[in-house]
Design a protein around this ligand. Structure first.
Ligand SMILES: [Zn+2]
Length: 413
């Protein structure tokens, strides 16, 4: 057969998507599948069954990444990885990650059903904890050999959540640190994902060719003051931790908008302690996250924001504790894979547009051990990490179809 005429089975793809959307479904049409929750373990068991039904081999690595495999006859042949993640944020949407894993599986099934022989191994992978319930990009960072024992001590989700989650899933910290794959065995990594923004729809394009993925650093900052009577302590004698935290929050936004217009900063939580109407706050704890597209800018931004925090702490005579709780480096996507995706889309009469990604993805971990590439499909209203997340079904089919033809092109030219 002529591989260029090969098409995915759109009906099967949709049936699988609908079945997947029921696992961890929330009443408002989203899904709730945080890493190692009951629903997440259930979705992984479901993926394993689906791979078996498709007659594909199955593998779980020591970081808990789940894979369906379509192997070729030559054991020395390299592997082309396709994938994404089946975990979700709290009360997330049905499409984020799920479309990437199901597209990958559909591509393997389509090639297998067609009896097409490729000279490479194909692997459809569901990475562990992409969304950061525990660490973020954890499974892909493990595969890339980027996880360190230090990383596992300072986690966004806290260390207890990691240890109890690993034990529920039958995994260990040692396993996470031993999951590295060798570059020479890995031909590349391809991922389909929803855009989670509205640039594709605004551009009237079907497929986004991802050029780079943003790097993200996270810190927990604690401003330290003194608890005092809120009535009897004069205003100018207070060491009010909340003042430092609030002043920093406002100044961080201004500084990023003024000096780093290509970057973003978010202070996503702020807790005041002891937390009472009548006590001056002694501690103010912030979750700080910021993103940039290249390492130099990310480093500069980090210095600027931490200096600003020190300055605001001094201004209110407060102490400051700075705890790093995770960093993901920015990554450029392979130009060669962008070209492959572009040609695949063109052969299917789909319009492409290049885009940088402001969301983190497993492809940024994988880019350190192999050529990595991603495509985006449109998100209606740009909604994501919410039950409102929606992508037209034809766009999902387009994404899987471009992935299929990119795989065929990389395997047989
Ligand atoms: Zn995702």
């Amino acid at each position: 057969m002529n591989p260029s005429t090969l098409r995915i089975n759109a009906e099967r793809f949709k049936t699988n998507f609908e079945a997947l959307s029921k696992i961890g479904a929330t009443p408002d049409g989203g899904v709730h599948r945080p890493t190692f929750s009951q629903a997440h373990l259930q979705v992984r068991a479901w993926f394993r069954e689906l791979a078996a039904e498709a007659g594909l081999e199955f593998n779980i690595d020591s970081a808990g990444n789940h894979s369906a495999l379509l192997q070729c006859a030559d054991p020395e042949a390299p592997t082309l990885l396709l994938g994404s993640h089946l975990d979700s944020v709290t009360n997330g949407g049905r499409f984020d990650g799920a479309i990437g894993v199901l597209s990958a599986l559909e591509v393997l099934q389509t090639i297998k059903d067609a009896g097409l022989y490729l000279p490479i191994h194909l692997e459809a992978i569901d990475f562990t904890d992409e969304e950061g319930t525990l660490f973020g990009l954890m499974g892909s960072a493990a595969v890339a050999g980027k996880l360190t024992p230090q990383d596992l001590l300072g986690l966004r989700g806290g260390r207890n959540a990691l240890l109890s989650g690993l034990s529920r899933a039958g995994l260990t910290e040692e396993g996470l640190l031993m999951a590295k794959r060798q570059s020479h065995q890995t031909l590349g990594y391809l991922e389909v994902h929803i855009e989670q923004g509205s640039r594709l729809i605004e551009a009237g394009a079907d497929i986004g060719l991802v050029t780079s993925i943003v790097g993200t650093n996270s810190y927990r900052l604690t401003f330290l003051g003194r608890a005092d009577h809120a009535g009897t302590t004069p205003m100018d004698a207070r060491l009010d931790a909340g003042q430092g935290a609030s002043a920093f929050t406002l100044a961080a936004r201004q500084q990023v908008m003024r000096n780093y217009p290509q970057c973003v900063v978010n202070i996503g939580s702020m807790t005041l302690e002891p937390g009472a109407f009548n006590i001056v706050p002694e501690r103010a704890c912030l979750s700080l996250e910021f993103r940039a597209h290249d390492e130099d800018t990310l480093d500069q931004l980090e210095r600027a924001l931490l200096e600003l925090a020190e300055k605001e702490a001094q201004r209110f005579n407060l102490g400051l504790d700075i705890e790093s709780v995770g960093a993901h480096q920015p990554a450029l996507m392979s130009q060669q894979i962008q070209d492959v995706f572009h040609r695949a889309a063109k052969s299917l009469n789909l319009k492409t547009v290049p885009l940088a990604s402001f969301a983190g993805h497993d492809a940024q971990s994988m880019a350190s051990i192999c050529p990595a590439g991603m495509i985006f499909i449109p998100s209606v209203d740009g909604a994501s990490h919410s039950p409102r997340e929606y992508t037209e079904w034809q766009d999902c089919v387009n994404g899987a179809s471009v992935l299929l033809h990119a795989v065929l092109s990389m395997a047989i030219g």
